[in-house]
Design a binder for this molecule. Structure first.
Ligand SMILES: Cc1cc2nc3c(=O)[nH]c(=O)nc-3n(C[C@H](O)[C@H](O)[C@H](O)COP(=O)(O)OP(=O)(O)OC[C@H]3O[C@@H](n4cnc5c(N)ncnc54)[C@H](O)[C@@H]3O)c2cc1C
Ligand code: FES
Length: 282
């Protein structure tokens, strides 16, 4: 199937591996089965795909992997309802449908040459992991890179293996935090206890040469934006990924409206400057 048809017609993808990563979340490794689609499929970190599970419907997910892996797609799926439960029942070798990619990803060309601050809360680590992998593949094109990732408690930190590898790298900084931990020993070695905005204090950041990409629950956005503004970030350089209910993914049904904007085509990655006057956007 030509890749330009993939926004309208789901392309079959085989589940090549399913790996549990926490009580309700699993990593799905998929491979597009159509040769032409596998060869030509690409995306920008921050874009999303619609995944269809037989007899359950479609749901949007952000790729976890960086683009350009020859038809390979990694998704991190939390079980919350119909489609996600059906995906969690699937086995290796089963086939799902993929439409996309959709929407606007992170402005990676514009971010070149700048310092990058990634702030992830909970499942928000997924699109930021894709972005981070892309930045690290093009390491010389960017300034300093910092990933700050927060979760409720140590067991809710996703992608432990990947985090351990990132912690060993000398060309980026990884900072982890959890809201609370029953026992300090349960934490990752470099894990702080406290809220994500706490990590921003005490880290040298030159805001006028930096982009902040934030992805997480609405409560995170509400508390982090003021902190970033206080550090001198312009609203244009605060990038936020929004989650809305999606149907068509094509700007036709308005299920994903954010004021006059549509999350599926104008987002899901927005600049704070475009959202700040829209009531209910965050
Ligand atoms: C751009 C984008 C990227 C996403 N990336 C990921 C990802 O990488 N991993 C992941 O696990 N999930 C991701 N999600 C969320 C995921 O799409 C939803 O959890 C999924 O649609 C739920 O489908 P379901 O049929 O299982 O749930 P449903 O049966 O439709 O709903 C179950 C419950 O979840 C609520 N719900 C469903 N979707 C949403 C939503 N979008 N916002 C708020 N509440 C909702 C419903 O109101 C209901 O209470 C993303 C969403 C968007 C918009
Ligand atoms: S999902 Fe239909 S307009 Fe966005």
């Amino acid at each position: 199937m030509p890749v330009d048809q993939m926004t309208n017609i789901p392309s079959p993808a085989e589940i090549v591996e399913i790996k549990p990563i926490s009580g309700d979340t699993a990593l799905f490794r998929l491979r597009l089965m159509n040769e032409e689609a596998a060869r030509d499929f690409t995306f920008v970190p921050g874009q999303f795909v619609q995944v269809s599970a037989p007899a359950a419907g479609e749901a949007p997910f952000s790729p976890l992997n960086p683009p350009g892996n020859d038809g390979a797609l990694e998704l991190c799926v939390r079980k919350v309802g119909h489609v996600t439960s059906q995906l969690h029942k699937a086995r290796q070798g089963d086939v799902v449908g993929i439409r996309g990619p959709f929407g606007t990803g992170f402005p990676i060309a514009e971010m070149a040459g700048k310092d990058i601050l990634l702030l992830a809360g909970g499942l928000g680590i997924v699109p930021l992991h894709s972005l981070l992998c892309h930045l690290l593949e093009q390491r010389d094109a960017y300034g300093s890179i910092t990933l700050m990732y927060g979760a409720r408690e140590p067991s809710a930190l996703l992608l432990r293996d990947e985090l351990r590898e990132l912690a060993c790298r000398r060309d980026m900084r990884l900072m982890l935090t959890v809201d609370f931990a029953a026992e300090e020993s349960a934490c990752e070695p470099s894990c702080n206890i406290g809220l994500l905005p706490d990590l921003l204090r005490g880290v040298p950041i030159t805001a006028d040469n930096c982009y902040a990409a934030v992805c997480g629950p609405p409560a995170l956005y509400r508390c982090i934006i003021g902190e970033l503004q206080g550090l001198g970030f312009s609203d244009r350089r605060i990038l936020l990924s929004l989650e809305r209910r999606m149907k068509c993914g094509l700007g036709r049904c308005a299920h994903c409206a954010v004021g006059q904007l549509l999350c599926c085509i104008d987002g899901p990655v927005f600049r704070y400057s475009d959202l700040k006057t829209i009531e209910g956007a965050l």
